[in-house]
Design a protein around this ligand. Structure first.
Ligand SMILES: Cc1cc2nc3c(=O)[nH]c(=O)nc-3n(C[C@H](O)[C@H](O)[C@H](O)COP(=O)(O)O)c2cc1C
Length: 259
């Protein structure tokens, strides 16, 4: 463990996403440990506003992979969890108990969408770290938000439940040779936000640009940034995702009694 202060920091530093797994490489006991770690995550108001769907059916795994922009490796993952924001449990409780107060009930609004998402993401990251500490690798797949209507219908999601991300897990077939790069830019500011200088901003991508064997960047910053734009904001995938997320939010915000 040379170079690390403790085992937890080693796990955080050395984690990498993995997309190729040894079949059946997670035991039931390990699944139990991983899902218990989700419940131990920090969560707003001790409400744990998230749920997990543990996808076991191989045919359903294939459908999930299709929903996620056809990323076929998903179907081969030993564990596939759909991570959900979930206000439905609490809303049912509030609905039955608040009625007796004689006041009209408020519905969970945009603030709760955000707060549920935070609970769900923190739960998922706890799962990642718990898994990693047992030698189980993982990968987030946010494209589960691409096909909200189908996901909702197939997984029978009730009102106030939204898919946030997919998390796939298993023991790695091949450990990625090295950790992936990160941006090279200031990102911790003291006391208030500070816009970084243009040259620092430009240099931000230098660590991300692929290099050849000699360590020379394979393209210019300009080309790299343009390609990234085309893959992200400039893509049809982004448009599809937006439409799906709009449906998801509209569904949540509909008055459950009158709309
Ligand atoms: C919100 C989110 C969405 C992601 N979606 C995908 C995805 O659709 N497919 C995929 O292969 N990896 C996906 N990833 C994994 C990232 O590609 C990966 O975390 C990133 O490249 C950094 O690499 P590392 O996790 O190995 O450090 C996603 C990660 C996050 C946090």
């Amino acid at each position: 463990m040379a170079g690390y202060i403790n085992e937890t920091l080693k796990v955080i530093e050395e984690r990498t996403s993995c997309r190729s797994f040894i079949p059946d490489s997670i035991t039931e006991e390990e699944r139990q440990i991983i899902t218990s770690a989700a419940l131990r995550a920090p969560n707003g108001g001790k409400m744990s506003k998230f749920s997990l769907i543990d996808v076991r059916d191989p045919e359903l795994k294939k459908r999930v992979a299709k929903w996620c922009d056809d990323q076929s490796f998903i179907a081969e993952a030993p564990a596939v969890y759909v991570i959900l924001s979930d206000f439905s449990r609490w809303f049912r409780l509030f609905s039955s108990h608040v009625k007796s107060m004689g006041a009209p009930i408020n519905f969970p609004r945009e603030d709760e969408i955000l707060l549920c998402e935070i609970d769900a993401v923190l739960a998922a990251e706890n799962m990642v770290i718990a898994a990693e500490s047992m030698g189980i690798s993982s990968c987030f797949i946010a494209d589960i938000i691409l096909n909200y209507k189908e996901v909702k219908e197939t997984l029978k999601l009730p009102k106030y439940v939204m898919p946030i991300t997919l998390l796939i897990m298993g023991r790695p077939r091949n450990k990625p040779a090295k950790r992936s790069s990160r941006i090279n830019a200031p990102y911790v500011y003291t006391d208030c936000y500070q816009e970084i200088a243009d040259d620092e901003l430009e240099a931000m991508v230098d660590t991300l640009i692929p290099k050849d064997k000699e360590g020379t960047p394979t393209m210019s910053r300009d080309e790299y940034i343009r390609r990234y734009y085309v893959r992200r904001l400039g893509s049809w995938l982004s448009v599809d995702r937006t439409m799906s997320v709009r449906d998801m939010f509209a569904d949540w915000l509909k008055n459950p009694y009158t709309d």
